[in-house]
Ligand binder design. Structure first.
Ligand code: G4P
Length: 533
């Protein structure tokens, strides 16, 4: 196999998603531990301290003790080269979180066994479904009192609308947690807690058969033994059959139970996951499908992060390599900029350190220095044929505010600052429908981004702003504005018409049911929840 082929074949690129506190960071850390990228647990994120080593670029993060940005980690395990795209886990996450999913080939969903599916998981999940991203579920914290496992899988099926296929099955939970039954090998993996999960654990397996009856009873007690006997039978009837095609198509999620904190079930999950996922997937472009094994380099920008180095006000453009190989200092064609660009200071993250990369392959994520030329969704290629990757959709903001500068003399800086921040994709800007730029309406996915905007305009552009939050929460893009006269549509009392900077009209609503009502009243109107890519 050629170098290019073998390098790409061994790559796996996935996003890890969860509701805050479900255990995403702990699980990621354990993956790194198995990959020997770190030596002890606790080094990726000591919540209030070392975590900032990863993204210590914005005061606001420090003030609030949260991570506003998402990062990428690369490590090797068992012959694979793994890229994990971390997503900010706090409530106030941003559009970046959604976009990160566009750069992944699969997603690992971490669920807290005592809580089941939570709000944040649902939102991210919808994006996975839209893109048919395969989802692997890890039900965590089984060493704590958990919900009944049948209720947990039913919850996933009902709330998320996807079939489940448990790969293993828990035996008790909390203090009575005795391990899991592995359906594939018909055996029981016993649970042994280690001190704070600092070290990898040796595990014991007992085959699930009559011969081992006494040993099994001794391990789990009669009650759990009887329950497991019943569960195993029920499971075959209650869950979908294992079907790799359906898993890879994003219709069926394999479910694993474990406890990231104590290392239980983590390596088993990683092994199955690597077995079931594919190497980097091709992507669509306006010139057809681009294959990862193409010898020409190509990539798309999915995230722009500003001001990592405050002294320089620089930006880093993160791109997912779709095909070929990247060499440091390479000159490529920037399709949207219509000119050649040298990709300088390419960086990758390894555990908590940023380092310069010399080469990278399809499936990898690199961050390059951006002098202000890249936008989200841009294509870069070394091919002679110029093509553009399918764009990244604009996700519906859920919070809106009217923004104006306090000092009217600073109009220019205000417009420049707000435009640059919008170009990075942290905010979306709109205008009143019938007037121009005098009043700017800002839309954000996570409400924290409004604070970030205020903070950055003041600290980077020296512009003080006034911000009045608006009550709207629902937005619809109008897809056929050339066919309908928006001034004469029959709206609801809570509806507001706005337009984006390209004069495309949009509708804002306060109430969740209003968009449907407007649709019913104006059947000719075509509305969409996602903006044009
Ligand atoms: P997140 O990234 O999804 O937000 O979650 P994180 O890993 O930070 O975990 C949230 C809390 O849950 C942490 O405790 C963590 O130690 C705990 N946790 C994670 N996995 C497990 C598990 O399998 N079992 C149990 N019992 N707890 C688990 P914390 O006290 O909030 O933080 P810390 O100070 O211990 O880091």
């Amino acid at each position: 196999m050629s170098d290019l082929k073998s390098e790409i074949t061994k790559r796996r690129t996935f996003a890890i998603i969860s509701h805050p506190d479900a255990g995403k960071t702990t699980l990621t850390e354990k993956f790194l531990l198995y990959g020997k990228a770190i030596n002890t647990a606790g080094s990726v994120k000591g919540k209030k301290t070392s975590k900032h080593a990863v993204s210590d670029w914005m005061e606001i993060e420090k003030q609030r003790g949260i991570s506003v940005t998402s990062s990428v980690l690369q490590f090797n395990y068992d012959g694979f080269c793994i890229n994990i795209l971390d997503t900010p886990g706090h409530e106030d996450f941003s559009e970046d979180t959604y976009r990160t999913l566009m750069a992944a080939d699969s997603a690992v969903m971490v669920i807290d066994g005592s809580k089941g599916v939570e709000k944040q998981t649902i939102k991210l999940f919808k994006v996975c479904v839209m893109r048919h991203i395969p989802i692997f579920t890890f039900i965590n914290k089984m060493d704590r009192e958990a919900k009944d496992p049948f209720d947990l899988i039913e919850d996933i099926e009902n709330v998320l609308g996807i079939d489940t296929c448990p790969v293993n099955w828990p035996i008790g939970s909390g203090k009575a947690f005795k391990g899991v039954y592995e359906r594939g090998t018909n055996s029981v993996t016993t649970f042994t807690a280690t001190q704070n999960g600092q070290k990898q654990v040796a595990k014991d397996e007992i085959a699930w058969n009559e011969e081992n009856h006494d040993e099994l009873i001794e391990h789990m007690g009669v009650e759990l033994y009887d329950k497991l006997t019943e569960d195993v039978e029920l499971l075959d009837g209650a869950s979908a059959e294992f079907d790799l095609k359906r898993i890879q198509g994003g219709d069926l999620t394999p479910v694993f139970f474990g406890s990231a904190l104590t290392n239980f079930g983590v390596e088993n999950f990683l092994k199955h996951f690597l077995d079931m996922t594919t190497s980097p997937l091709p992507r669509k472009s306006n010139k057809g499908i681009i294959d990862p094994f193409d010898k020409d380099f190509s990539a798309f920008v999915f995230k722009i992060q500003a001001n990592m180095n405050k002294a320089h006000r620089d930006r880093i453009a993160f791109m997912r390599i779709v095909s070929g190989k990247f060499d440091a200092g390479m000159e490529v064609y920037h399709v949207q900029g219509k000119r050649k660009a040298k990709l300088s200071q390419p960086q990758q993250m390894m555990a908590e350190e940023r380092h310069i990369v010399k080469e990278a392959y399809a499936g990898d994520i690199i961050g390059v220095f951006d002098p202000g030329i890249f936008s989200i969704g841009d294509t870069l290629t070394s091919s002679d044929e110029k093509f553009e990757f399918e764009g990244i959709p604009t996700f519906a903001p859920e919070h809106f505010a009217r923004v104006r500068q306090v000092d009217t003399m600073k109009r220019k800086q205000f417009i420049k600052g707000i435009n640059q921040i919008a170009q990075e994709g942290a905010i979306q800007i709109f205008q009143e429908f019938n007037t121009g730029m005098e009043e700017i309406i800002v839309g954000v996915v996570g409400v924290l981004q409004l604070d970030v905007l205020k903070f950055r305009l003041e600290s980077e552009y020296n512009v003080e702003i006034r911000m009045d939050q608006l009550p709207y929460e629902y937005i619809r893009w109008v897809e056929n504005a050339d066919e309908v006269d928006l001034n004469s549509i029959n709206g609801t009392s809570d509806m507001k018409k706005i337009k984006d900077l390209k004069d495309n009209p949009l509708l804002l609503f306060v109430n969740a049911w209003s968009p449907n009502m407007v649709q019913e009243r104006n059947p000719e109107l075509k509305m969409s929840e996602f903006g044009k890519a």
